[in-house]
Structure formats: C-alpha cells, structure tokens
Design a protein around this ligand. Sequence first.
Ligand code: FE
Length: 309
Amino acid sequence: MTIPAGSRSVRMVLPAWHGLEGAGFEVRRPFPGRAVAHLDPFVLLDEMGPTDNAPGEAVGAPDHPHRGFETVTYLLDGELEHRDSWGNAGRLRPGDVQWMTAGAGVVHSELPAPRIVRDGGRMHGFQLWVNLPRSEKLTPPRYQDLRAVGIPAVRSGDGRAEVRIVAGEALGVHAGTRTHTPILYLHVSLAPGGRIEQPVPRGWNVLVYVFGGRARIGRDLRVVPDGDLAVLAKDGDALVLESDGGRAELLVLAGEPLGEPVLQYGPFVMSTEEEILQAIEDYRAGRMGEIAPALSPPPVGSRLSPAAA
Ligand code: FE
C-alpha cells in the first residue's frame, strides 16, 4: 500500500500510566505525565477502566468543581450518572458522549448508575479535557449531550474500518458537534486489513491512542500497542492508520493549538496563578454553586457496602 504524500510521522509514543481517580476507579492516563504536560489544546486524557465490578464495588467521582475548560466523556460500557450545581442531570449509556463546557465553573458528580453499583457490571469509557481559549474561560457552562444513535458512524469502502465521528469530519461525513476551537475526535475501529487516510490540517496537534489491539500509525507505519499514545509530528496534512494484522480500537484527537499559557491545578485549568487562586476562592465561596444535599444521589461513590452505609 502506498503512503500518501504529506503523511505525518510519529514524533513520540507515550505509554499510559495507571492510576486511581475520583473515589478510586482505575484509569489509564497517557497524558499529562512525566514526558509531556499537555498537548495543546488537550489537557488530559483518561481511559476509565475497563473494570468488571462486583455488586457494591463500582465507584465514580463524587462532587468536585471544574473551571476554564471542557470535559468530554465518551462511555463505551456501563452507565454513568451526572448531576451538577446548576440543576442539570443526565445519564450516559454505551456510545453516548457528553461534551460539557465547564467554563466559569460547575460542581458536579460523575457516578456509576445505581443499577451498576447495586448489581455490579462493567464500566469503560474516556474523559478528555479540552482547554478553552483564555477569552472564553469564564463562558457560561453549557452541555451537549450526544446520544449514541446521533453520532455519525461511517465505514470505509471495503468495510474494514469503521469511524464514529464525535467531532469534526471523516470519510466525507461531518458531525454537528459545536466546539469552541476546531477539534477532531474520532473512534476508529479497524478489522484485519483495515486502513484509513484521514486529512488533518497543518499546524494542528494530532494524537492517536490505542485502546485495543495494535495499529500501524503514520508515514513510517510505526507499530503502536494497546495503552500507548502516538503523538504525530507537524510534518504533513494526512494521517495513515492501519491494522497490524488483527483488530484495533483507536481514539484520534486533533485540534488547533491555542498557543496560550496553560496552568492546571487539580480540576481547574487557567492561564495564570492569579486565575487559579481566584478559581479556588470562587469554589470555596460557593460561586460555582453546589449540589444541594436533597438532590444528591445516595453515596454510591463511596467504597462502603450498602449495609455499612
Ligand atoms: Fe468532573
């Protein structure tokens, strides 16, 4: 197979590290890490699970604030319940995406649905943090709930590659998702022999995270295994992705860099230390709202068994 002119090469490969988030759920996090802080405009990528939870075992992230960026949650397996300090609530099922602009600030909880906590079950998904331009960091919070059926899925001509388009455009199909700056977010499933060539604008940062199988990525068809993130060099305007013989699952993230200072402190992503201090103060003073106790779900985010709770 010929490699098209203008194909980007792989600049580096970052293995995800394993950690615990929220009330103690397992994540694989390719960045930020020791090798790179953020990959402008992306601040963080977490693969949550997959975990197979016994009854009473599933945990999530109880009440916590965000300001200055967007969280994009893509659920693959399980059921996730969301509530925030402005009275919004929702549930994500497999294939659903929630694109939340935290903007000026929200306090929210992201917890496995009570059914999963009670009966056990598999949880698997992604959370991506997308930075906001400095001028829009204090924009009012906004939600886009993308249901699985509304997310365009396209197959390559030979049927061996399937692309779900969360944001941007692939194989001639455009997703209607609104983003503050231009973003491409694709879930690519490759069957044996599957291949796609995806246009990527010059100057954008382009990342490919492998979360199942192995893929050949970029001009040099670099083999990237499960759990690794390929960061592409800015040396072209096309991205080649191929199966390495078996099936592979990939997340493709690309975006126009903001080129602004990025300061992350826990759940806040701002541009200066002063803005971080302001965020902490506003959160403590309740200016990001709070989840009213009467509206809070039962403490399913804790590790206590129902009997102990
Ligand atoms: Fe959160």
